[in-house]
Design a protein around this ligand. Structure first.
Ligand SMILES: Nc1ncnc2c1ncn2[C@@H]1O[C@H](COP(=O)(O)OP(=O)(O)O)[C@@H](O)[C@H]1O
Ligand SMILES: [Mg+2]
Length: 500
């Protein structure tokens, strides 16, 4: 197996569990974002166990079987079921009943759980046992409950139970009574080492883009270079291309969300800032509904976005990219057209979104528009391909073109779970555009204050009460900023419905 970069501590922890198995049984839940390396880490424990001649039993949650009670347990126990004959009669009946192999009627959950514990204990008495359960978020509920029951009772039996669970999926393991290991993004040096070990051959600018966009996520570090080799450097709006695997990992939850939430997220992804009110206003235009912050709740629950004060941020830059890529061209056009209206009092931003809307409609129209300043700003952010003319121009504008007021791909949305260091990337100072924007807002607010607050790094996450207040405020603002004219028409008045 390829070495795991930057996970020395975590690997040592799991190997410690395996090495101590003769002394005591233990359980651990490994938590983290998609692609962060949970399965890879479990793989390291399996290697150690095999080297130590432990019996290894594995199972993995499968999305299509989530609604089949005990399907996961069946997967896990199949190799051991031959020994079910030796179980006490009632436990045997309950367990085999759960698998439809005996009796009728509903199996008694406690007896099923007890039977599993007995069966595992008997197996471990013959040979110490490592049980690895991956993608627990997709297991059926009854199986997860049995695993929790077992995890809480491992003491003297030589059994190690390791479970990997993706963020943003509430399960009965959330009670906190099973020890957890949280995986955050790789440290910068480890991320660089992983990228370079893959021999991606990227130029300096693109390498920096990949490191920045991956925000320490190993899957992104492995896959982004592949996407770059396969296709374009970045699309007309500056997003890096994604592989299907990345899209699946980062936009997996999107399909479960209500249409209004999806519309809102697309506008937020297309937006060049973090203001919730802007996203709500644009979202209202594209969905035709009066959106409040409530529309965001399913995305917050799914762990796709975070809300701090009035700033809406994606949990990972690639969540944003994946949402943008997954939308059809028509939807993207509508999102940019709506944002051009939302930013109609900011010439730079309005022009940028108008141009992006046009670019999505017709590449040949986009070409001459690309000569306008706002799009040059984007190409300048494409690293390797920035023409000298653009770089000079950026310098000449006092760095303005490089501020987060433009496309905030860098790390503005970076917030790797548990990765305190990553979060700081959101701590940008308010840019001139932020200040200008704030100054244009309704009078009582003092210019720049909101932008400054929105940009503060590492502010602790406020609890539900605050979100309730936000929802109210969002509702008011969202309503105030309802579309003034036909939203689909877009700012250029050429109609938003003909996207493709
Ligand atoms: N620390 C690491 N060093 C090198 N490669 C890694 C590391 N962690 C994960 N990977 C690789 O990144 C990809 C995603 O990791 P994976 O374990 O599948 O993530 P998860 O299970 O959390 O979704 C895999 O190809 C894996 O081999
Ligand atoms: Mg995995």
């Amino acid at each position: 197996m390829m070495p795991l970069f930057g996970r020395e501590h975590e690997v040592a922890t799991l190997e410690g569990f395996v090495d101590r198995v003769h002394e005591r049984g233990e359980a651990l839940v490994v938590r983290g974002a998609p692609g962060i390396g949970k399965s890879a880490l479990l793989g390291a424990a399996v290697e150690r166990a095999e080297a130590g001649r432990l019996l290894v039993s594995t199972a993995s949650g499968v999305q299509s079987e989530t609604h089949l009670p005990f399907a996961g347990l069946h997967q896990l126990l199949r190799p051991l079921l031959g020994a079910a004959d030796q179980l006490p009669a009632r436990q045997r009946e309950a367990l085999l009943g759960a698998f439809g192999m005996a009796g009728t009627g509903d199996p008694e959950p406690f007896l099923v759980a007890l039977a599993v514990l007995t069966l595992l204990g008997d197996a471990a008495a013959r040979r110490p046992l490592l049980i690895v359960v991956d993608d627990v978020q997709w297991l059926d509920g009854p199986t997860i409950e049995v695993l929790g029951f077992v995890a809480r009772r491992l003491r003297s039996d030589p059994i190690v139970l390791l479970m990997a669970l993706r963020d943003g999926h509430p399960t009965s393991l959330d009670a906190g009574d099973v020890p957890e290991l949280r995986l955050g993004g790789l440290a910068p040096e480890a991320a660089e080492a992983l990228l370079d070990a893959r021999g991606s051959g990227l130029g300096v600018g693109l390498r920096w883009r990949v490191l920045s966009e991956a925000a320490g996520n190993p899957l992104a570090l492995v896959e982004l270079p592949l996407a770059l080799q396969a296709g374009t450097v970045a699309d007309e709006t500056g997003f890096l291309p994604l592989t299907a695997r990345l899209e699946r990992a980062f936009a997996a939850r999107l399909a479960e969300l209500p249409p209004h939430t999806r519309g809102l997220l697309l506008v937020a992804a297309a937006n060049d800032g973090h203001d919730l009110a802007d996203a709500l206003a644009g979202g209202a235009m594209v969905t035709g509904a009066c959106l409040t912050a409530e529309a965001l709740a399913p995305a917050l629950d799914a762990g796709l976005v975070e809300l701090h004060d009035q700033a809406l941020r994606f949990r990972h830059p690639l969540v944003r990219s994946a949402i943008y890529h997954k939308a059809g061209r028509t939807e993207r056009l509508a999102a940019h057209a709506a944002l051009a209206r939302v930013h109609e009092r900011d010439p730079d931003r309005r022009a940028w979104h108008r141009a992006a809307a046009i670019a999505h409609r017709d590449e040949s129209v986009a070409a001459p528009v690309c000569l306008a300043y706002p799009l040059l700003r984007v190409s300048a952010r494409r690293g390797d391909r920035a023409p000298g003319r653009v770089r000079r121009r950026r310098a000449g504008r006092g760095g303005r073109a490089g501020t987060a007021a433009g496309r905030d791909h860098g790390g503005g949305d970076r917030a790797a779970p548990g990765g305190g260091g990553q979060r700081g990337a959101g701590g940008r100072r308010p840019s001139p555009a932020d200040r200008r924007r704030a100054g244009l807002r309704a009078r009582p607010r003092r210019p720049g204050r909101r932008a400054a607050r929105a940009g503060q790094a590492g502010r602790p996450r406020r609890a539900a009460a605050r979100q309730g207040r936000l929802a109210e405020r969002g509702a008011r603002r969202g309503t105030q900023r309802r579309p003034r004219t036909d939203p689909a028409a877009g700012h250029d008045g050429r109609g938003g419905a003909r996207g493709g």
